[in-house]
Design a protein around this ligand. Structure first.
Ligand code: 2U9
Length: 366
């Protein structure tokens, strides 16, 4: 077969190909490794220079013509497929918009935002830190030495003994957010006014305890700070958070290793429709009374010293409470475990709208 007839036959078969698969078979037949045109190209090596000069350009031209015809036919198939797809697909612009997102903000997130808003108004910044901590920042720096009973009380989740940090300290899941304040005191010059909200972990699980819960702690370090500053701050915070001016506080002496003196803070509650509500006169209502909501105190001199500050120059107060419990008290839930069940019905009932961002001017609540 001459080169010319090979060419015209190849073009005729390409033109007759019915689809992309048939076309691909033809490409392999002509131009593949074992293809007829590839075979012709290989004969060039065995030709005399004269033969090569006359046959070479003809074979190359054949290859190019066939290649171009294959490409053009392939493009035509693809264009036809696209046309068919466009003709079959329709877009109905009169359909209603898809349903709005149905998620909600978890009460814990909502209350965390509310707390940040209330404390920002009093000049507190939000500080955060790692949930995996070392023994020194979680305990030792807070005046809780190895032998202190508070260590056992914290039911700590420790990492395996060989997993230590660069200082040789044991690693653990923080049992409180206090190491965040230790980090802040070591890295920042006083005066300091921070809140530290976040997850904490204790190996404890029953109706009122979950192994992970949320805490918020606060720390003020400045010159000449006293218990009066502490009481005013907590009273102002609780009145703003519970959105009532008649919230009253009772301070009872207590003990924490990191504060001296230490005080437990009770708030007055009254009973409305069988439910305890924060606020009102704790002695007026028949079932009213006091409820413990916070622990606090003046920061222990030893803690200030551990952070390389002079306790004769800098003093401060600190406090801590559970965010989950604050949420339960404010929004009337009675089972802590439901917080972490992920039950869609509970989330729908107690969740907040995503755009309901708390602001003081709008009221921090619902
Ligand atoms: C530094 C110095 C002092 C934080 C404090 C409490 C008292 C407290 C508990 C309440 C219930 C935690 O959620 S709870 O289990 N907390 O009673 N926390 S004073 O004191 C600090 C923290 C950091 C550097």
């Amino acid at each position: 077969m001459t080169i010319e007839t090979m060419g015209s036959e190849a073009l005729a078969r390409i033109a007759a190909a019915q689809d992309a698969t048939a076309l691909e078979s033809l490409r392999v037949e002509f131009l593949g490794k074992q293809g007829s045109i590839s075979g012709l190209l290989k004969t060039l090596g065995k030709m005399t220079p004269e033969e090569r000069q006359s046959e070479g350009p003809k074979i190359q031209a054949l290859r190019e013509t066939v290649q171009t015809a294959l490409t053009e036919r392939k493009d035509a198939f693809e264009a036809a497929a696209l046309e068919a797809q466009l003709a079959s697909e329709t877009l109905d612009l009169t359909l209603p918009a898809p349903q709005a997102p149905a998620g909600s903000v978890h009460p814990v997130s909502q209350v965390m935002d509310e707390l940040a808003e209330v404390f920002a108004d009093m000049g507190f910044a939000v500080a955060t830190g790692p949930e995996i901590e070392d023994d020194w920042r979680n305990f030792t720096a807070l005046n809780i030495p190895e032998t202190h009973p508070a260590r056992a009380m914290h039911d700590t989740f420790y990492f395996p003994d060989q997993m230590r940090n660069a200082d040789g300290q044991k690693m653990l899941l923080r049992t409180h957010t206090s190491p965040v304040q230790i980090r802040t005191m070591m890295n920042q010059e006083p005066p300091i006014r921070i809140i530290a909200p976040g997850r904490v972990y204790r190996s404890d699980s029953d109706a009122t305890h979950t192994p992970m819960f949320h805490q918020i702690e606060g720390l003020v370090i400045d010159k000449g700070i006293n218990l009066g500053h502490l009481k005013w701050t907590l009273e102002t915070f609780l009145r703003a958070f519970f959105e009532r001016d008649d919230v009253v506080l009772r301070l009872r002496p207590s003990y924490f290793p990191f504060t001296e003196p230490s005080v437990e803070v009770d708030v007055g509650y009254t009973v409305i429709n069988g439910k305890r509500v924060i606020g009102g006169d704790p002695n007026a209502s028949e079932n009213g009374g006091w409820m413990e909501v916070l622990g606090s105190g003046m920061v222990n001199r030893k803690v200030i010293e551990a952070c390389n500050l002079d306790p004769d120059e800098w003093q401060g107060f600190a406090f801590g409470t559970g965010v989950d419990r604050l949420a339960m008290l404010k929004y009337g839930m009675d089972d802590l475990r439901a917080f972490f069940d992920g039950d869609i019905r509970w989330l729908k009932h107690y969740g907040f709208a995503a755009l309901d961002v708390p602001t003081l001017s709008g009221g921090v609540g619902a």
